[in-house]
Every structure is written in C-alpha cells, then in structure tokens.
Design a protein around this ligand. Structure first.
Ligand SMILES: NC(=O)c1ccc[n+]([C@@H]2O[C@H](COP(=O)([O-])OP(=O)(O)OC[C@H]3O[C@@H](n4cnc5c(N)ncnc54)[C@H](OP(=O)(O)O)[C@@H]3O)[C@@H](O)[C@H]2O)c1
Length: 280
C-alpha cells in the first residue's frame, strides 16, 4: 500500500497513475467530498489531518511507501515522518522546493527543516526538488479573463517550469519501485526555459486574443495577490520568489523527468491546452 499525504496538484496525479497501474493506494484528505473522483477511480480515501498524528497513524496502517506532499508546514510533515518511522515504512518520496536554511523565503527554510527531519529519521527516501509548477499560472486565469493582461515582479526571468502532473508521475514511479532511488535528489523541470512573455504568447494563441504581460514592482505584485484573496504571508513569499526569478534563480532545466519516466517532460503549450477551459 502506498500512502499519498494530500490530494492537491501532485498527490491527485500520483494517486490516479498508481490506480491505473493497479498499485494499492491510499490518499489522506481532510474532506472526503473533494476526493470523490479518486475514490470512484479506485483509490482508498483516509479522512485525516496532518495536524492530527492519530489520523496519520490510522492512514499509515499497512503502508510500505509514502508520497510526502503537502503545503510544506514543518510540524505537519514531521508528523508524517514520525508516523512513517513508527510504522516501519520502507521508502518516502518527498516533494520539495529549492530549499536552503538561509533562503529569504520562509517556505524554503521550512522545507530545509523537513528534509533534515527526514534525514534524521533514517527512513530511506528520495527528494523531488522541483522548479515552479505550471499550475501556478492558473491563478492568473481570473485577471486574464477580465483584462487580457497579467503582471508579475518576475521581470524577464526565465523559468524551467514543470507540470505538477509530471512531478506526480515521478513520485508514483519511485514510490511503486523505490529500488535505486534511495538517497537521491532529483531536480524536476519542464523541457525548456520560459518567461512570462512566453506564457502570454502561448495563452494569446490558445485564447485567440492578445494577452499582454506587464513587468510590475514587488509591492504591486504582492498587493495584487492580496487583493485577489491570497493570504498576506503567502503573497509576501510568492513576491519574494518572483524577485528571485527576475534575478535568474529559476533559470534551470534538467533531464530528470525524462530519465525517470522514459518520456520528455510536458511543455507549457501542452499544459495550457489541457487546461484551456480554466483559462477561457
Ligand atoms: N507550487 C510550486 O511552484 C512548487 C514548486 C516546487 C515545489 N513545490 C512543493 O509542492 C508542494 C505542494 O504540492 P501541491 O502543489 O500538490 O499542493 P496543493 O495543490 O497546494 O495541495 C495542497 C493539499 O494539501 C491539503 N492540505 C492542506 N492542509 C492540510 C492538512 N492540515 N491536512 C491534510 N491535508 C491538508 C489541501 O487540502 P484541502 O483541499 O483540504 O485544503 C490540498 O489538497 C509543497 O511542498 C511545495 O513546496 C511547489
């Protein structure tokens, strides 16, 4: 049995692919109503909360491998690590970011803390260190629908954006066959470096009208996210990440998706086509 700790972008795709491969999979969710499609497909659903260790222990029964993916709050993910260690789990696949202890971005420091806890647990594990998810651009859909334009403080920064479904596919592959992946860190990216100007060009072609990208300041970007309903602390961290992007922080691609899945990583064009209804 493989346990996937949440059913967001990465977890739901990993679960879907494991079900497709007839690998027994259980997904921990707070609200079973949101996991109906996965349940209908054949995944087991465990209702729980990463804040509640007892609920994680219940979901961990009979589990051999864990896909550890969540918003990345250290106390919550360390609850999972402790539960997995108690249960004698054989492998943990951990979704993470460009974590470092001295990052200006709190969530990257948080991931460092989780990675250290995972290492200290002695559990065999694999880290999936991903570039920015293409799914982040879905947050732009409402403003694009209204104004045919979007702004960001990422400037002209290039990003090896990765489809979170590819991250889910890599997690599923490693969780199902962990041999040889223990102790490894994979850097997951899309196939190419793109800027927000390229995102605008792809969306213009897809929507059949011109979508314009505007370079805006850190404060403008942070306030726009707050006005769109993003909590202030998250808006601050997103804007910090965009500032780093403008300086080249996300300007990297790797072949790891291709080498693990045996097929190229998905392009932004493919992603936008698949999510056309969300953008239009
Ligand atoms: N976004 C990026 O560009 C990016 C890049 C690199 C790495 N990452 C990493 O990817 C991870 C996020 O993956 P994702 O995009 O798949 O996540 P996501 O789509 O944001 O989904 C998060 C899921 O966590 C669930 N959740 C939140 N709090 C919970 C709790 N206390 N107990 C149980 N479930 C809870 C949410 O469920 P509800 O529906 O109940 O809220 C949601 O299904 C993070 O570790 C992040 O650092 C992200």
């Amino acid at each position: 049995m493989i346990l996937i700790t949440t059913a967001g972008n990465v977890g739901s795709e990993a679960a879907r692919l494991l079900v497709e491969r007839h690998v027994p999979v259980r997904v921990l969710v707070r609200d079973s109503g949101k996991a109906k499609a996965l349940a209908d497909a054949g995944a087991q659903i465990a209702v729980g909360d990463l804040e509640v260790p007892e609920s994680i222990d219940e979901a961990m029964a009979g589990v051999s491998a864990v896909v550890l993916v969540s918003p990345g709050i250290p106390a919550q993910e360390l609850n999972v690590v402790a539960s997995a260690a108690r249960a004698g789990v054989e492998h943990v696949v951990k979704a993470t970011n460009k974590a470092s202890a001295d990052s200006p971005i709190a969530r990257r420091r948080g991931q460092t803390e989780i990675e250290a806890g995972l290492a200290a647990s002695g559990l065999p594990h694999t880290l999936l260190r991903s570039n920015a998810y293409m799914q982040n651009t879905l947050a732009l859909a409402p403003v694009i629908a209204k104004t045919s334009s979007f702004g960001s403080s990422a400037g002209k920064g290039l990003v090896g954006m990765v489809d979170a479904r590819d991250v889910g596919a890599v997690a599923a592959e490693i969780a199902a066959s962990p041999g040889g992946h223990s102790g490894k860190t994979y850097w997951l990216s899309g196939p190419e470096l793109i800027s927000n100007y390229d995102v605008a060009a792809v969306l213009s072609e897809l929507l059949g009208r011109t979508v314009t990208y505007r370079e805006i300041s850190f404060d403008e970007n942070k306030n726009a996210m707050i006005n769109a309903g993003v909590p202030e602390a998250i808006a601050e961290q997103n804007a910090q990440a965009f500032s780093l992007t403008a300086q080249g922080d996300a300007e990297w691609v790797s072949e790891d998706v291709h080498s693990i899945l045996g097929r190229p990583a998905s392009s932004y064009q493919q992603f936008a086509t698949d999510y056309a209804s969300a953008f239009s």
